[in-house]
Design a protein. Sequence first.
Length: 178
Amino acid sequence: MMNLDEARQTVTAFQELLDSTPVEAAQVRVSPDAWTLTEIVGHLVDSASNNHQRFARLSLGNLEDFPGYDAEPWVEAQHYATFDFKTLATLWSSYNALILHLAANIPESARTNAWIREDGPQTLEFLIEDYYSHLRLHTDHYTERRERWRTKWHHLKYERREGIITPPSEGGSGPPRG
């Protein structure tokens, strides 16, 4: 069953992280294969954009055809690493306020409407719950990445290449992107 209070708490928790993130931390790439915090937020804007469309369409009936999206190419194509962090954070916040409003106003009868996929149908209620589960996963990811910056690199001088800030000569691989 859809729990909107939990969804609001999830959004609030991530909003608090965004509000307390220094811009310089948001632009640091902690390893060559890791997204910056700005790229994580960009990915979450993509997720909000795609899921808003799914939720609105499914609130009106079953959905048989809807394109998916591939996170990595979308993040790269939109060059989130060089986009203004605060602007992106504001967009994420606004999108999630709209999604919460939409979710709160979906009639009970529409929650069982399904997106018919090759791997089986997914109900609107499941997709909404999955959206907030995905956000909680990235909240943990974002928190870990920001903490890594705070404990390891916040005091260093950074190198800026192509708009991306990298710690000086940091070897090794970090956590996976996304």
